[in-house]
Design a protein around this ligand. Structure first.
Ligand SMILES: [Zn+2]
Length: 313
């Protein structure tokens, strides 16, 4: 039996997973992310946690296929982090550094790309080879897997679906500094932003009006499910922009399925159904077989995908 480690580095905690190479999780735990001094302690902390687990389980180096590491920033195909503002990291090769520290093969990748691979291996995209994963949370992230491989691109910017321009006339600014990006409409913050604008215009008698000041994404989806017209319009608009962006993705890589995850996806099939409606009214009529699925692994998608990286390299 072979084993592997899947790691997901977040801004406050590092999620660790110990797996069989077949994809069964044996143990999950977390360690704190020590971000001080440009996150310099993070690599050693991870290496120490792995060494401790190997000792505890009495594992030899040859029993372990490797360590996969999801990083919250752009990572190129050879494991180079360009810049990781969340951790304070500058440019360096994570694969090389972590291999030196652990004595194991190490594979770094962007955290959303890791989640995409995780969903392909054990989640909503199980059994498929070509998926586009979209995570709808505070922001919008994504990962593109074609023929079982992540498309990370020259800058590690491949799959950054949240920053596709969907409305060049938008005046508000995206978190990245651009204008009219998908994230400004399809993230939890984005739909609330749209809702506040709509409620301010005053012409609505929506149930959302009474919560106007501390409105959440969940409030909007709950109201939509109760038939509130303004909320339904907002959900429709959000899904329209998502489908609009995915039409461009479809014309670029034509995946078997779009797998939608992240906190916003807890709203369920109202999202996949509405996106699907707009996608199919908007597209080349040959693209009829692509499916729209909900992600299944939640916050664990990243450790699954990172672990999977060690078995395909
Ligand atoms: Zn942006």
């Amino acid at each position: 039996m072979k084993y592997c480690f899947g790691i997901d580095i977040g801004g406050t905690t590092i999620k660790m997973g110990f797996f069989t190479a077949e994809g069964e999780v044996i143990e999950k735990w977390e360690i704190p992310t020590r971000r001080e001094n440009g996150g310099e302690k993070v690599p050693q902390d991870i290496a120490d946690a792995i060494a401790a687990k190997c000792t505890e389980k009495n594992l030899k180096k040859e029993d372990v296929t490797g360590v996969g590491i999801g990083v919250p920033g752009p990572v190129t195909g050879d494991g180079t982090v360009m810049k990781c503002a969340n951790l304070g990291w500058g440019e360096f090769n994570v694969n090389k550094k972590m291999s030196e520290l652990t004595g194991l093969k190490c594979f770094a990748l962007n955290d959303a790309n890791a989640a995409a691979l995780g969903e392909l291996w054990r989640g909503g995209g199980k059994g498929l080879k070509n998926i586009v994963f979209i995570t709808l949370g505070t922001g919008v992230g994504g990962g593109i897997v074609i023929d079982g491989k992540i498309i990370s691109g020259i800058h590690g910017g491949g799959g950054e679906i949240g920053h596709i321009v969907v409305n060049p006339d938008e005046e508000d600014i995206c978190g990245c500094g651009g204008h009219g990006h998908l994230e400004q409409y399809a993230s939890a913050t984005g739909i609330v932003r749209m809702a506040k604008k709509m409620l301010k215009s005053g012409s609505t008698d929506s149930s959302l009006k009474e919560k106007e000041n501390d409105l959440t994404c969940k409030d909007i989806f709950d109201a939509a499910k109760n038939g509130d017209q303004t909320a339904l319009e907002l959900v429709d608009k959000m899904c329209f922009y998502l489908a609009f962006a995915l039409s461009g993705v479809a014309a670029t890589c034509d995946p078997e399925a779009y797998v939608i995850g992240g906190g916003v996806s807890k709203a369920g099939s109202i999202i996949t159904d509405t996106v699907k409606k707009h996608f199919y009214s908007n597209n080349m009529n040959v693209l009829t077989k692509s499916e729209f699925k909900l992600a299944e692994l939640g916050n664990d998608a990243g450790i699954y995908g990172a672990a999977y990286m060690t078995t395909i390299n």
